[in-house]
Write a protein that binds this ligand. Structure first.
Ligand code: FAD
Length: 461
């Protein structure tokens, strides 16, 4: 890669990060060019692995000087194709993947302020373990915790299983450090809970999917873990029964830490892949509810279950990893069970519309004349359903996506609950945002990245 002035971009970045952290060998780059789903594959001229904010800034400045585009990558667990470069970029403007894999430092936990500063490449598991050493917890949790990174959860504004209790990732961000497209370092770093000087830049970068700046460090809020938790899985006939159970727990003074939904098809599939069925009885739906409280939480949960309309139920004191496995192994098992890359659509609908929307989404296979095996699960307490369509021939994926989003839009829902838009959903953003809204987002993008160098093809196409 030599530009019009004859200087080599690659030798510039080698000088910044060292030769061993500029990958150009196709085998070494391969893992960075396909996303977790296997559905999105791209091409890049190099993968660059800086380890400090200064190195990121210098790499971005070199990219600006040589007009090289950048695809930002954390743990590469994103499910909408945003973490890998576009394939069609090959032959156009040069593009590199900037991986945060080496940026894993975690500062000392501030126990009084209940916060911790981390580098963008620290994983959710690493951050939570560090918090746990001080009797605290990182409030964002998701099944990809071993690989998903601080930068990734901020950039996607991840939800996850604790969202019902603590809110999404944006709510956990107290401060941020990020490198702008021109190489300047933007730092808004304060543990103040009251600080209203102008625009909420950390809030803006949360959910920006690497299109506005590269997050290099984050100051995260931490929370106290619950004293005592009980996890229950109940087999139920109707979606409404899940909500009745959640309501009953809340009315009895328990705090709902997580509220998930699975279907019989999903629980059976995971069971076939070696996970114990949480309950022996079969029912159309299963809800996993984790609650916390003081006193005899278990006795209260047993009372609630006795009075509830459930087919069968089981409960265990938290963390009840066995019970959680039935829910958490869905994503991975589904990916392994489909004959084609899974069409994964993460949607939300208002709670009142959820029962009807679920029936319509589960019946999607009846509307098409090609293979399609739907498996639905998700964070029911947030109205968030992961629609997974297995065995779909790739040429029919787009049409099917349109049908699912049609159902979601008709029910007043969102085409992206927590995974973002990435490359997968660009064609449908008009279903969730007005023209003026989209134009405002484009104006922000143009202001911060006028040359369109950061994550081309993500969010805006
Ligand atoms: C088994 C499994 C379970 C999951 N469960 C959930 C869940 O419950 N809730 C949920 O929300 N998601 C879930 N996900 C999706 C995924 O884990 C999240 O989207 C996560 O936030 C991605 O983090 P990452 O570090 O892997 O980011 P990547 O996949 O590497 O990147 C995701 C996006 O963020 C951008 N990005 C990454 N790092 C940076 C950075 N430092 N600066 C700027 N932009 C950056 C990328 O360019 C890309 O657009 C799950 C995925 C899997 C595989």
């Amino acid at each position: 890669m030599t530009d019009t002035r004859g200087t080599s971009f690659l030798s510039d970045v080698v000088a910044i990060v060292g030769r061993s952290h500029v990958l150009t060998d196709p085998d070494a780059m391969a893992g960075h060019l396909t996303d977790w789903t296997g559905r999105w594959t791209g091409a890049a001229d190099a993968v660059i692995r800086p380890c400090t904010t200064d190195e990121v800034a210098a790499v971005v400045a070199a990219c600006a000087a040589h007009d090289v585009a950048i695809c930002v990558q954390g743990g590469n667990t994103g499910l909408v194709g945003g973490s890998v470069p576009p394939i069609e970029h090959a032959g156009r403007r040069p593009l590199v993947v900037l991986s945060t894999v080496r940026m894993t430092d975690i500062d000392e936990v501030d126990t009084r302020g209940r916060c911790v500063g981390v580098q963008a490449g620290a994983t959710i598991e690493q951050i939570d373990s560090r918090a746990a050493e001080h009797g605290l917890r990182f409030p964002v949790d998701l099944a990809s915790r071993d690989s998903a990174t601080a930068g990734g959860v901020v950039a996607t504004n991840a939800g996850g299983v604790r969202m019902i209790r603590h809110g999404n990732t944006r709510r956990q961000v107290l401060g941020i450090e990020a490198v702008r497209a021109d190489g300047q370092v933007l730092r808004r770093w304060t543990s103040l809970v009251k600080d209203n000087v102008g625009y909420d830049i950390p809030g803006l970068l949360a959910g920006s999917e690497g299109t506005l700046a590269i997050v290099t460090r984050v100051l995260f809020r931490l929370v106290a873990p619950p004293v005592s938790t009980i996890v229950t899985v109940a087999a139920v006939r109707h979606v409404e029964d899940c909500f009745a159970l959640i309501d009953a727990m809340t009315e009895r003074g328990l705090a709902v830490e997580a509220a998930e939904i699975m279907t019989d098809a999903g629980v059976e599939l995971v069971h076939e892949h070696g996970v114990r069925r949480p309950v022996a009885a079969h029912a159309p739906f299963y809800t996993l509810v984790e609650v916390s409280g003081t006193g005899d939480v278990e006795a209260v949960v047993i009372d609630v279950l006795d009075e509830a309309d459930v087919v069968d139920a089981v409960l265990e004191p938290g963390p009840a990893r066995d019970l959680w496995a039935a829910r958490e192994r869905h994503t991975e098992t589904i990916a392994r069970s489909s004959t084609t890359p899974v069409v994964k659509l993460d949607v939300s609908v208002p709670i009142r519309a959820l029962p009807e929307a679920l029936v319509e989404l589960a019946a999607i296979a009846d509307l098409v004349d090609h293979p399609c095996r739907p498996i639905l699960f998700g964070h029911v307490g947030d109205g968030n359903i992961h629609v997974n369509l297995l065995d779909v021939p790739e040429p029919r994926a787009e049409e099917l996506t349109g049908r699912v989003f049609g159902i979601v839009a008709a029910n007043g829902g969102s085409i992206s609950a927590e995974h973002g838009i990435g490359r997968a959903k660009v064609a449908w953003t008009h279903l969730g945002r007005s023209e003026v809204d989209l134009a405002t987002m484009r104006a922000i993008k143009a202001a911060l990245d006028p040359a369109g160098r950061l994550n081309p093809g993500v969010l805006f196409g």
